[in-house]
Design a protein around this ligand. Structure first.
Ligand code: GLN
Length: 304
């Protein structure tokens, strides 16, 4: 029998005292205030057992992790029409890179870089009656948890400094790849990024991707085929210009956010979430990546 708790404890102990924890995201002022020492891991097996260590029950700003959840909702709503407006290729570029978008005529490389997620936000705006409430309800249903909420202070903080995302959205609009107003799309996008969840809630929300489209409460939200494709996009695009490195070191589909969270999963086996706010230069949690590398190496559980 694998002792998962012992493995999480070992990983936590080996990394908590590491001096270099990376840099907290400074371009969203509200995120720069989060203490770098925070560090938590939560593991949920598909069979329902849960294991936790450190600050796993403290809320973090999920940021780009929300892009997988918005993609899931858009895919559920419009199906394969989504792929007329964005591609599914890794970008090999930072999450906020703009030059490829211009070279490729306003078609984002994939839904997990900022430009792609902004198009997904536009799809949700066009297809949901009350976009913010309906999306939040979808996330709450996936996680089976009504306490999950937006953080308006974080959303507002990002709006005030979101020049790069305004540039991306304006470029998309100029190529005819946004149906709604730039300000409305970005307002929704900043809100979705501001959702707060702890590591346990993240493993609950992502259970659907490990369980062929059925959430922790066994309700079907996505088809097995949709989940297969979303997992493929997470594996190839979930860590931007470090997607290859994450597949190499960890070997799981997953998604990071500049709040320092990472969620990863092994289909039919487990979901795992880590949180350490310090980031590496690619914008992925520095300790989180190391923790997940240790986890899949120690347990020998990965897709490869
Ligand atoms: N809200 C952030 C942004 O758009 C999300 C980026 C991220 O988490 N990688 O810049």
């Amino acid at each position: 029998m694998v002792d998962y708790q012992e493995i999480l404890d070992e990983i936590h102990e080996s990394l908590t005292n590491v001096k270099d924890k990376g840099e907290v995201a400074g371009y969203i002022p509200e995120l720069a205030n989060v203490p770098k020492e925070k560090f938590g891991i939560h593991l949920q097996l598909i069979t329902g057992e849960n294991y936790s260590v450190g600050d796993a029950s403290e809320k973090l700003s999920i940021q780009s992790i929300s892009k997988v959840l918005s993609l899931a909702k858009a895919f559920q709503l419009v199906g394969t029409n989504l792929w007329k407006r964005m591609d599914v290729e890794p970008s090999g570029n930072p999450f906020n890179h703009l030059s490829l978008l211009e070279m490729e005529n306003g078609i984002p490389r994939n839904p997990l870089i900022n430009s792609g997620a902004i198009v997904v936000a536009d799809v949700l705006l066009s297809n949901l009656e009350n976009p913010k409430d309906d999306f939040l309800n979808f996330v709450r249903q996936l996680a089976h948890d009504d306490t999950i909420s937006f953080n308006e202070t974080v959303a507002e903080s990002e709006r005030l400094t979101g020049y790069n995302n305004y540039a991306a959205a304006n470029l998309l609009k100029s190529y005819g790849n946004l149906e709604n107003d730039v300000d409305d799309v970005l307002d929704f996008y900043f809100y979705q990024c501001s959702i707060m969840m702890d590591c346990k809630q993240l493993t609950n929300a992502f259970y659907v991707f490990a369980n062929k489209g059925r959430c922790i409460h066994d309700q079907e939200h996505l088809t097995a085929s949709q989940v297969k494709r979303i997992n493929a996009i997470m594996l190839t695009c979930g860590f931007y210009d470090e997607a290859g490195e994450f597949a190499f070191e960890v070997g799981l589909p997953g998604k990071s956010g500049v709040g320092g969270g990472i969620v990863a999963l092994l289909p039919q086996c487990f979901t795992i979430a880590t949180w350490s706010p310090g980031l590496n230069p690619q914008g992925n949690s520095y300790l989180g990546m190391q923790a997940l590398e240790q986890f899949t190496t120690k347990t020998k559980l990965s897709i490869f």
